[in-house]
Design a binder for this molecule. Structure first.
Ligand code: NDP
Length: 286
């Protein structure tokens, strides 16, 4: 092997996950590379938790421009990196690693993708936001909305530990007005809510999965967003449309987080429509 990477070899980025490979992200990122004539390849690498340190070392040795990481590596990868971007540092989770001047820097593009998508309908600055869920996706979204100047964030979650932890993080690290509401019975959406976000996994692969919220409290003035991208039309979004609300599906978030990742790795901000079509094809939606 030569010491420098020959021109004819593509730059590599990829995805480290413990689960099965072959997700829509691969199709979406590769479509962006092809469309923009970028000499890059995106490859899925199944990495067991015990091998994560070696995998990151390997990525360094092979000159990777970066990589995505998904569960369960989003937190544990941090110890193997050289630094963190602002939101990744606040939320303590990384889904996108970027090589900058030979250093691996951890970023979190999930929340950024959501924010970009939401901004097409409403600017969250000063707004009252209710987030259902307190897992990785909800955490990323809440921190990014906080950084974008959200006025108030109510975290509604089934498990008290995670829900309270997220609300406390928003107060302590972002000095945000935030409270935690236990999700025990049927949730009543506060009347002054501007944006309601489903950040839970309810609805994943089941467009009829319901959730305990009082639909009479779903006012038409509320923008309703869902992180679920498969299927993109969830029960919540259907009910919200019927109530006259503006809605956002999870495809916008996945596409926008992909756009930011490609931009970080290559310096090129790819065409959204090309990526969205690739995701829709991968999910057999079109
Ligand atoms: P986590 O496992 O970290 O969190 C799951 C969350 O859902 C928790 O808050 C959990 O509550 C809640 N939850 C799950 N089932 C129920 C239920 N039956 N009733 C009430 N609450 C429930 O997952 P992630 O945050 O990583 O992912 C959440 C979803 O977001 C996934 O479906 C994922 O596919 C999607 N996602 C979409 C992205 C996109 O780009 N569109 C990007 C990233 C994720 P509790 O704490 O009580 O267990």
């Amino acid at each position: 092997m030569s010491e420098s990477t020959p021109d004819f070899l593509p730059s590599l980025v990829g995805s480290m996950s413990e689960g099965a490979a072959g997700n829509p992200t691969v199709e979406m990122i590769e479509a962006a590379f092809r469309h923009h004539g970028l000499h890059y390849r995106y490859i899925n690498m199944e990495v067991a938790s015990a091998d994560l340190a070696d995998a990151v070392k390997g990525a360094r040795a092979m000159g990777f421009k970066g990589f995505n990481c998904s569960l369960p590596h989003k937190v544990s990868v941090i110890q193997h990196l050289d630094g963190l971007g602002k939101s990744a540092e606040i939320m303590g989770a990384v889904n996108c690693v970027v090589q900058r001047d030979g250093k691996f820097i951890g970023e979190n593009t999930d929340g950024k993708g959501f924010l970009e998508s939401l901004k097409s309908l409403i600017d969250p600055a000063g707004k009252k936001i209710v987030i259902l869920g307190a897992g990785g996706a909800a955490r990323a979204i809440a921190v990014e909305l906080g950084l974008a100047g959200a006025g108030q964030i109510t975290v509604v979650n089934r498990s008290t530990e995670r829900g309270q932890a997220l609300s406390t993080l928003l107060v302590d690290k972002l000095q945000l007005d935030s409270n935690y509401v236990p999700w025990s019975g049927t949730f009543q959406i506060p009347a002054d809510t501007d944006v309601l976000v489903n950040g839970t996994s309810i609805g994943l692969y089941d467009g009829n999965a319901t959730m305990p919220i009082d639909l009479t409290t779903l006012k038409p003035s509320i923008v309703v967003a869902d992180v679920i991208f498969s299927p993109p039309e969830t029960w919540l979004l259907r009910e919200a449309k019927q109530a006259g609300c503006a809605t956002l599906d999870g495809l916008g978030m996945i596409v926008n987080q992909g756009i930011t990742s490609v931009d970080y790795w290559t310096g090129v901000r790819p065409e959204a429509s090309v990526m969205r079509t690739a995701v829709e094809n991968a999910l057999s939606l079109s």
